[in-house]
Design a protein around this ligand. Sequence first.
Ligand code: PLP
Length: 412
Amino acid sequence: MNAVTTTRLDIEKIRTQFPILNQQVNGKPLVYLDNAATNQKPKRVIDALTTYYERDNANIHRGIHTLAERATKAYEQTRHAMQQFIHAKHVEEIIFTRGVTESINLVASSYGRAFLKEGDEVIISGLEHHSNIVPWQMICEEKKAILKVIPVTDIGEIDLRAFHQLLSATTKIVAVNHASNSLGTINPIEEIIEAAHTHGAIVLIDGAQAAAHLHIDVQELDCDFYCISSHKMYGPTGTGILYGKKELFERMPPYMGGGEMIKEVTFAKTTYNDLPYKFEAGTPNIADVIALNEAIQFINELGKDNIAAHENELLSYTCKKLLSIPSVKLVGTANEKVSVQSFVIDGIHHFDIGQMLDTRGIAVRTGHHCAQPIMQRFNVPATSRASFAFYNKKSEVDALVAGIKNVQKIFL
Ligand SMILES: Cc1ncc(COP(=O)(O)O)c(C=O)c1O
C-alpha cells in the first residue's frame, strides 16, 4: 500500500462545496462510498453548467456572434487545461469524447482497422473493465488478430513476468488500465509501456480510475494513448478525453464522419479537418466540457499529493477495520492501490449487503463492476466495493463497518 502521510486537506470545508453530500438517505446522513462508479460534483462544476446555459449557450467553432465566441473560447480553454493536467506536448493531442468507453472504441476502430493485420496480437490484462476488453475483441475478430491476456496474481497484480513472455514482434497493441476499478490495483504502466515499445507495439492506457487520484504525465510515461472520463474526476457525465501522440493521430483515419471533422465536402471526395477536429464529428457536449475545466481546477487546487495522502489513510483504515470483522474477506490486496476496496462476506449475497447498507444511507457498489473476468479469476460471482474520494472521512468508514456488522447480525 502507498505510504500514508498526514493529510493537509480540510475535509469539512471541502464537503460544504458538494451540495449532494448534505442530505439524509433513508433517514440517515448519506455516506457516499461509490466514487469509483462516479464521484460527486462540486458546486463550481454545477454552477458552470448553469452559467453556460443561462448566459453563453451557442454552437461552437462556426459562429461569429458573441455567444458563439464565448462558448468556443470556454470549450477550448478546457482543452488547454486538460493538456496541462496530463502534460501533453500539443493541445491538439486532446480529443473530446463521451468518456473512456468512446476513447477506447475510437482507437480500436480507427487505429485497429487501419493498422492491424491477420495474426497480429493485442495484449490486455485480466484486470480490465469491459470497456478495455470488448472493443479489442471486436476489432480482433474483424481483423483476424489475436487477443492475449496478461494473468493476474493472487493479490490482484498484473503478472509482469508473464507479460514479458507474451510480448513478441507480432504484438501491435498493449492496452491496460492505470488503476483497476474492481480491485484498485495501480499497475506498473511505466514498465509496461517501455517493454511494449521495445517490441514495436503501441500502448493505450485506460486512466478512468487514475485521473482523480494519480499524477499523470503522458510525456514522461511516453504512452501512445491515454483515456479519461470527466465524471470520474468530479466533472459532469457524458464527456472525457482521448490523448494521443500527434504523429499517430495524423496517420489514423477519422472515427466518425459528419460536421466539424471535414475541410471540404464534395460528392466526389471529402477532405478531413486538422487535429483535434478530425476526431470531433458533430456538435460536441459543449456545456459539460466547459464545466470539466472547473473540476480540473478543483483537483489542481487541492493537489494530487494531498488527495492521495488523505485517500491512502482512509484505505488503510478501511482495510484494518474490515479485516477485524469475522468472515469478511478482502479481494484485491496489491501493494500499490488507489482508494478502492472490494470485499465479500461468507454466506451473504452481495445484493443483500448493498441493500441493507442502503437502508442506513450507505452507498457502496455491489456486483461484477463491469469486470466479469476478474471476478472469475477470484472465483466470486461479485463483490461489494467501497471506493473513496477526498471528501470521505473515517467516521464514514466506521458507519460502513457498523453497517456490515448489522448485515451479519441479520443474515448469519
Ligand atoms: C477502469 C475503467 N475503465 C473504463 C470505464 C468506462 O468509463 P465510462 O463509462 O466513463 O466510459 C470505467 C468506468 O467504470 C472504469 O472504471
